[in-house]
Ligand binder design. Structure first.
Ligand SMILES: O=c1[nH]c(=O)c2[nH]c(=O)[nH]c2[nH]1
Length: 296
């Protein structure tokens, strides 16, 4: 007989979608969120013995998210709303030891109509989202935030040369290329004590990190995605003391010159202006950067 053991377990509700409309007279705001709640705790016997007595139904979790969304004053700050949800589960159920809450906030941009911001109409500009993942345990809260799916492209100011070459290398060196990526960035917050949670200006930091990322992408004379990634993270850590580490995932969405020599047209070197953008495969450059720990 093979003996097995339950090594780890967690469960919950994924992709709980909600829209909250905040009305101030005719002026409306719209917040669209997708929420995932995962619980850990004394649920082992539900897996090993079919004992559901301690199982908080995932349907209950979904309902709880809507109830808390109705009651909260923090819906605009996903870090605080996720913390509220996580605390609810850990405080309500004594057998829950850890709640992980992932919130994705979708972007709705207010419409400009006849040059004026419209009071109740919005448009989605691209797939970019803002995220947070909050882990609530009995004695501590961890908060990670980020942005996902920010598609960018620059037409110069990017090179890639001097890389290792061997018998399988065909890529020519480039001193001037298109650089395009879909930015995924996440960063962790330092939470020295529970009262720090509500004091961190999450939205201001988000806006600043997004701007630093875009500004660095645009202005860096990039020698590789790796070097540009590192510079982005370094700048964030220099400016934001509340942030302890920064991670990026940057696919290198290749754009190569189309061979037009076959048609008697120059399309190489300084004459290149027709490119083929490739969806797949892409490079994928990832790294996490943190401050050097003080030896004092
Ligand atoms: O910035 C880059 N980094 C790489 O590691 C790489 N590899 C590659 O083929 N092109 C690029 N570009």
């Amino acid at each position: 007989m093979t003996e097995v053991v339950l090594k780890e377990q967690r469960y919950g509700k994924d992709r709980v979608r909600l829209i909250k409309v905040i009305r101030t007279g005719k002026w409306h705001e719209v917040i669209e969120l997708t929420v995932r709640v995962l619980l850990e705790g004394e649920f082992e016997t539900s897996y090993t013995h079919g004992d559901n007595s301690k199982v908080v139904a995932t349907d209950t979790m979904k309902n709880t998210v809507y109830v808390l969304a109705k009651k909260t004053v923090n819906i605009k700050c996903i870090e605080l709303f996720a913390t509220e949800i996580g605390k609810h589960f850990v405080n309500t159920y004594s057998h829950v030891t850890k709640a992980s809450v992932l919130i994705t906030k979708h972007r709705w941009t207010r419409m400009l109509v006849d040059g004026k911001l419209h009071d109740h109409s919005f448009a989605r500009d691209g797939e970019e989202t803002r995220i947070t993942e909050v882990v609530v345990k009995r004695d501590k809260v961890e908060i990670k935030s980020g942005l996902k799916g920010l598609l960018v492209l620059k037409t110069t100011g990017s090179a890639f040369y001097g890389f290792h070459r061997d018998q399988y290398t065909t890529l020519p060196e480039s001193t001037d290329r298109i650089l395009s990526t879909v930015i995924d960035a996440t960063w962790t917050y330092s939470i020295p004590n529970p009262s720090a949670i509500s004091k961190i200006p999450y939205c201001t930091i988000f806006d600043s990190i997004r701007k630093l990322t875009l500004d660095t992408f645009a202005t860096d004379d990039s020698v590789s995605v790796q070097a540009t990634l590192y510079l982005m993270a370094k700048r964030i850590l220099e400016i934001h003391k509340e942030v302890t580490s920064v991670s990026y995932g940057l696919p290198n969405k290749h754009c190569f010159a189309f061979d037009l020599e076959r048609f008697g047209l120059k399309n190489s070197g300084a004459d290149t202006d027709i490119y083929v953008p490739f969806e797949d495969p892409s490079g994928l450059i990832t790294a996490t950067v943190e401050r050097v720990k003080s030896k004092l």
